[in-house]
Design a binder for this molecule. Sequence first.
Ligand SMILES: C[S@@+](CC[C@H](N)C(=O)[O-])C[C@H]1O[C@@H](n2cnc3c(N)ncnc32)[C@H](O)[C@@H]1O
Length: 221
Amino acid sequence: MRPCATTLEAEMTPLEHEYLLRLIGDAHHTGKHLEIGTAAGGTLCAMMGCFDDQQRPPFVVVDRMTYFPDQAATVRRNLSQRGLDPNQVDFRVATSAAAFADAEERGDVFDFMLIDSCHKILAVMADLRWTRLLAVGGILCLHDYCPKFPGVMRAVDRFLSQYPNYERMGLAGSLLAIRKATATAGQEVTPLDQAYALAWHLPLVAQRKIDKWRAPQRAAA
Ligand SMILES: C[S@@+](CC[C@H](N)C(=O)[O-])C[C@H]1O[C@@H](n2cnc3c(N)ncnc32)[C@H](O)[C@@H]1O
C-alpha cells in the first residue's frame, strides 16, 4: 500500500509545495486548474486551499484511480477533512490519454496544469499534448523532473527545445514550472516528438533494469 493512502499526504516535498503554491497565488488565474495524477489528493487540497471558497477557480482532476484501493473515495475524504467540497472538483476518472481526447473534444482550456502521472517517457510525451489546451500566459508544472526519472527529463527537454514559445520559470526540488508565453505555431507534440520518445523507450527500460540489479550490490559494498 502507498503510504499516502493512509497518511493522505502529498507526494511532494515541502519545498516543492511552497514553490507550487507561490506560483498559483501570484498568478491570480481565474480559468480552469488541472492536476493529472493526484494520488491521495494532498497536493490538490493544497492548491485548492490557495483560494477563498468564493474565488476558487474550477479544478479538474484526471486520474485512473487505481493507485491504491479506494483511491477515489480517499481523495474525496481528504478534501472533506480539509474543509473543501469534493463536489466542487471535476473528477475525470480515466487514463490521461482518454481524458485528453475527451477534453479536446469539449474544447477545454486551462490556465494552470500540473502533470504528475506516469513518469515513463512515452507517457510523459503523451501527457505533454495537454499543453495544446493551455491558455497563452498559462503555467505548466511538471513533477519529478530529476535524474531519477530520465523519462520525465528527456521528454520535457525535447519539448522545450521544440517549442521555444514556452519559457522556463524555475525549478524547486524536482518541480519544474514553464509558462506558455505565446501561442504555438502548429500543435504541441508532433509524430516526430513521439518517435523521439519511442526511440528512448527501450534504452531507458534497460537502464532501469540495470540500475535495479546494481542497487543491492552497491548497498552491500
Ligand atoms: C505520483 S502520483 C501523483 C502524486 C500527486 N500529484 C501528489 O502530489 O500527491 C501518480 C498518480 O498518477 C496516476 N496515474 C498514473 N498513470 C496514469 C495514467 N496513465 N492516467 C491517469 N492517471 C495516471 C496514479 O493513479 C497516481 O494517482
